[in-house]
Design a protein around this ligand. Structure first.
Ligand code: ADP
Ligand code: MG
Length: 368
């Protein structure tokens, strides 16, 4: 244990957190420091509640990135869940389990700084949490509360036959970043001397890999887009386990068949580069990689006009369609061939092994 942290103790650390955080969201009557926080009701709004855990060795390796980025990601993945309901994030709770072998007090302060930076970006206030020692790695568990007008939440179950399927942004970046980190590449670091550098890899490709690493370490939740889609999208989910898995959730919950068009999937450039570098299929990274935190949604009308009003550069692609039939996702290939769209990350099974790749198992699964 870092001597500075030991000297501070549990209550010293809680005191430090309490002093550092800013109150920036309406509705907090009482924050950190009592047995429970007190939040005021907000008119007829409904309360959205979500929780996500980030476990060292399961979701991240401490040596891969900066503590600040880890703090940012811990909140960002929960903001993504609120975004996927169309809601407004407000108050957060932080469960923190700290192992004896680190992080140091300085690293914890950086982590809290990252969390606070992200909280400021999305108008969130930390109102409580729990702090303990861990026997097996660093654990960050964020619970996020959000608000939304009654009855407006965008569920997974609202897709109807005739809707089209859309996705924001580009897919596969996070999976590509994870592959790069597993292979020893580091954020903002030069190409490792002990790693073969293929002749085709230029500065542009290396920049794309770096962007993918950043996408993995600090995903950007599509909050404005999610909020703008209330009243337009019929069903929505954030892409945490991979479109293969998440389109499956929309299909099952809505009891409709969701067809995903392989040729329409917007694949991130970093994913194309890492796929070539590792012998994986780019489409596999895009559909089964996970942790993109893009929004996958269905709509009866073209969502682009609504999104254009809310987001400066709304990247959104029509990637499929909804029809009557069994509640399963189907992948439609360019030649018209159809197959059940399987795969995506599953915590109790790991990465989908039916998909051919170079044998590199995914070690850091999706968290959402
Ligand atoms: P209790 O024993 O009642 O659980 P604690 O000593 O754990 O109380 O917590 C005291 C106060 O500090 C509470 O308001 C709690 O929400 C807050 N707190 C504890 N840990 C954290 C943390 N990691 N982040 C934010 N607030 C925390
Ligand atoms: Mg406690």
């Amino acid at each position: 244990m870092d001597p500075a942290l030991a000297a501070l103790g549990e209550f010293g650390l809680i005191g430090l957190i309490r002093r550092r955080i800013q109150h920036r969201s309406p509705g907090m009557v009482l924050g950190i420091g009592d047995d429970a926080a007190v939040l005021a009701p907000d008119g007829d709004d409904e309360l959205l509640v979500t929780t996500d855990m980030l476990l060292e060795g399961v979701h991240f390796q401490r040596r891969w990135g900066r503590p600040r980025d880890l703090g940012r990601k811990a909140l960002a993945v929960s903001v993504s869940d609120i975004a996927a309901m169309g809601g407004h994030p407000r108050h957060a709770l932080l469960g923190l389990a700290i192992p004896a072998d680190g992080p140091s007090l300085e690293e914890l302060e950086a982590l809290l700084g990252g969390l606070e930076e992200e909280a400021e970006r999305y108008g969130v206030t930390l109102v409580g949490g729990d702090t303990c020692a861990s026997q097996s790695g660093l654990v960050l568990a964020v619970t996020l509360l959000g608000r939304l007008a009654g009855g407006r939440a965008l569920r997974r179950s609202g897709a109807r036959p005739g809707d089209s399927l859309w996705v924001t942004g580009r897919l596969g970046a996070s999976a590509a970043g994870l592959l790069a980190l597993e292979r020893g590449l580091r954020p903002a670091a030069a190409w490792p001397a002990d790693m073969p550098r293929p002749g085709w890899l230029g500065a542009g490709e290396e920049a794309a890999i770096q962007a993918a690493i950043q996408a993995h370490l600090t995903p950007v939740p599509r909050l404005r887009a999610g909020q703008a889609l209330v009243g337009c999208a019929t069903a929505m989910i954030d892409v945490s386990d991979g479109v293969a898995s998440d389109a499956g959730h929309l299909a099952t919950e809505s009891q409709v068949t969701v067809r995903v068009l392989a040729t329409q999937i917007p694949i991130d450039t970093g994913a194309l580069v890492m796929a070539r570098l590792t012998g994986r299929a780019p489409l596999d990274l895009a559909l089964r990689g996970g942790e993109d935190y893009e929004l996958l949604f269905t709509a009866a009308a073209d969502p682009r006009p609504v999104l254009a009003v809310a987001v400066p550069d709304p990247q959104v692609t029509r990637v499929g369609e909804v029809s009557t039939g069994p509640g399963v996702p189907i992948l439609v290939h360019g030649d018209g061939r159809e197959e059940i769209l399987a795969g995506g990350f599953n915590h109790f099974r790991g990465p989908d092994r039916s998909v051919p790749d170079d044998g590199a198992a995914r070690s850091s699964p999706a968290s959402g």
